[in-house]
Design a protein around this ligand. Sequence first.
Ligand code: ZN
Length: 173
Amino acid sequence: MIKDPLVQDLLYEVINEEEDGSIKIVECLIKGKVTDEEIAEATELRLNIVRRVLYKLYDAGLASYKRSKDPETQWYTYTWKFEVEHVEEMINRKNQEIVSNLKSILDYEENNMFFACKSNDCRCTFDEASENGFICPKCDGVMEYMDNAPIIEQIKEDLVIYDEIDFGANKNS
Ligand SMILES: [Zn+2]
């Protein structure tokens, strides 16, 4: 799943680090390295970087940890877990937001007529354009009807793509 571009996008967004190894940290976690020290050793990243990334994941709900005390040394150990299900939830939720956003843009495009000047520096609805006497507020050029069919087409294509994404649903297929 870590190779999935949707997962990688989400992780980059959450971790938000220049550090190249942050994905490696998650990989390690998935493969069963559960302490910051094990991960630092396996990835050859500095311990403080590993910890920072782990806490960012925790902050976003993508990782959790358990604290346990070593009875002999009295030291605390943190064992980490990557929350796969939460990743799927977050991706699907983000996706639903994109879909509903696209739907409202589509609605706006389908229910309005648009006007623009030749230099296309201002795109207005019929009401906005007629208020200005069909003169562009930016360049004083004449505003003419502009067919938005290509825009509507593009939004519909995007909607099909996003609508098909149901992340995690096909993981067993
Ligand atoms: Zn203009």
